[in-house]
Design a protein around this ligand. Structure first.
Ligand SMILES: O=P(O)(O)OC[C@H]1O[C@](O)(CO)[C@@H](O)[C@@H]1O
Ligand SMILES: [Mn+2]
Length: 451
């Protein structure tokens, strides 16, 4: 009789700023203080125009100005805590997620017998905690409670990408009208557009604006070699079955960044509708953040602002862009598209903990046939941001999280990468520049199928 040995594989440690040669360290030591300083500067600048920009009525001008100053003080204190590696402290507002955050703190104390600190705890926890504390800086106020210190940069990013948006609109119009390529090739293009749209987040550039496509068809072909694990073919086979089904695909899109990336995501949806993969019975659920997050992540109000801006007749962009934006606004009005926010996305937990922490969200996701996770942070949360070997299968790194079939479209902007099983690719990676995981130049399209 054969004895089967069960090999218990222990999950690796999380990435952390304690490793000085990692992007985690660079981020905590250098990038996060810059992001905080920019948030403080923006808040200082906006302080005097709160009434003019409609944030508060003139009756409350003085109180609101004082509250903005208090919030600036809280962010400056946070920056000092970060730079001097102080222990994390409890959140103090009465928001519904606070007890979960404070439980993380006490769980950490029980497990490690010390408070978490910026340079020794996991990078994922530290970075999420920073954005949660920025939110708290405003949450403790009465008149400027909803102030988003990143909204200006999100809006500027969209305005500065209008030319690229025009180019993509034209690209989409011609590809739908001419049908010069087969449908799988078209699908691949729109998946890749949405993928590379993720290269343009503002947290990577600490809030500076980034470049977009000039010639989509050519650019996409050139960039294909930079996708180091690519499951687009399998993804196509999966979605293609819905073209002939009367039910239509039920799709969840876990969004990442506002602005240009959101535009590329909506172009992908537009393609899925035009090709019949999404039909009249399909509902697309867009999951967004419920607070300002990682500088450029989309919130419900950003999504609406984005559509209002693109619809606005007083802006000079083309009528084709405006028509698209009107159509998309209509999709939201009719309920064909739903925007859903949930505080789980702005907790420090990885996704394997979703079923326990936010069972309703897990259930909502499991009602879809496919979940598309956009971007780097979602990838870090799928894989728990652990120090996995490059060759560990994507499915293994999910550690049981599979509400339904899911895929990740991610440009690589952080240390964790899994699923590289091709030996040649592993060799090739050794020839990449040392900082290849930090630039967003490389990407993965990875799929996990629920049987
Ligand atoms: O918008 P994305 O793709 O999630 O990128 C955010 C990523 O950028 C970073 O700030 C690094 O550049 C990471 O901390 C984070 O994972
Ligand atoms: Mn983001």
């Amino acid at each position: 009789m054969k004895t089967v040995m069960s090999v218990t594989t222990r999950a690796p440690e999380p990435h952390s700023a304690k490793d000085k040669d990692t992007f985690a360290y660079k981020t905590v030591a250098h990038r996060l203080p810059v992001i905080l300083t920019k948030a403080i500067d923006t808040t200082c600048r906006r302080l005097k125009s709160l009434v003019e920009s409609g944030v508060v009525s003139s009756d409350h001008r003085l109180d609101a100005e004082q509250e903005m100053k208090d919030s600036i003080g809280r962010m400056a204190k946070l920056r000092n805590e970060l730079q001097t590696d102080k222990p994390f402290v409890e959140l103090v507002s009465t928001a519904p997620d606070v007890h979960i955050w404070n439980r993380c703190l006490s769980d950490h104390m029980s497990e490690f017998r010390c408070e978490p600190k910026w340079f020794t705890t996991s990078w994922l926890y530290a970075e999420c905690y920073l954005y949660r504390r920025v939110r708290e800086a405003f949450q403790l106020t009465q008149y400027v409670n909803t102030f988003d210190p990143f909204s200006e940069s999100k809006e500027e990013a969209l305005k500065s990408s209008i030319h690229a948006i025009e180019v993509l609109t034209e690209f989409m119009r011609t590809s739908f009208a001419t049908k010069d390529t087969d449908i799988e090739t078209e699908f691949t293009r729109f998946i890749e557009l949405s993928l590379w749209g993720n290269k343009c987040d503002l947290s990577l550039s600490a809030g500076s604006q980034t470049n977009q496509f000039a010639n989509p068809t050519q650019d996409l072909i050139q960039m294909r070699d930079f996708i180091i694990d690519n499951h687009t073919k399998q993804l196509w086979h999966f979605v293609d079955t819905y073209r002939s089904s009367s039910d239509g695909l039920q799709l969840s899109l876990v969004l990442d960044n506002s602005g240009f990336e959101l535009f590329t995501d909506l172009c992908l949806i537009e393609f899925l509708e035009t090709s019949g993969i999404l039909n009249d019975k399909s509902v697309v659920k867009f999951y967004v953040k419920s607070m300002p997050w990682f500088v450029s992540d989309v919130m419900t109000k950003d999504f609406h602002w984005f559509l209002r801006y693109l619809c606005d007749d007083s802006n000079t962009h083309s009528s084709a862009v405006k028509e698209l934006a009107h159509k998309w606004t209509h999709n939201l009005k009719t309920g064909k598209w739903l925007i859903i926010d949930d505080h789980f996305w702005t907790l420090p937990h990885d996704f394997s903990q979703m079923k326990t922490i936010s069972p309703q969200l897990y259930h909502s996701l499991s009602e879809s046939n496919l979940i598309v996770f956009k971007g780097d942070l979602n990838y870090r949360k799928l894989t728990a941001d652990l120090k996995w070997d490059l060759s560990v299968p994507f499915d293994t790194s999910l550690r049981g999280f599979l509400p339904t079939t899911l895929c990740s479209l991610r440009t690589i902007k952080a240390d964790v990468v899994v699923g590289i099983q091709d030996k040649q690719m592993l060799q090739k990676i050794h020839t990449f520049a040392d900082n290849w995981r930090e630039t967003g130049d490389y990407a993965v399209i990875q799929l996990a199928i629920k049987q």
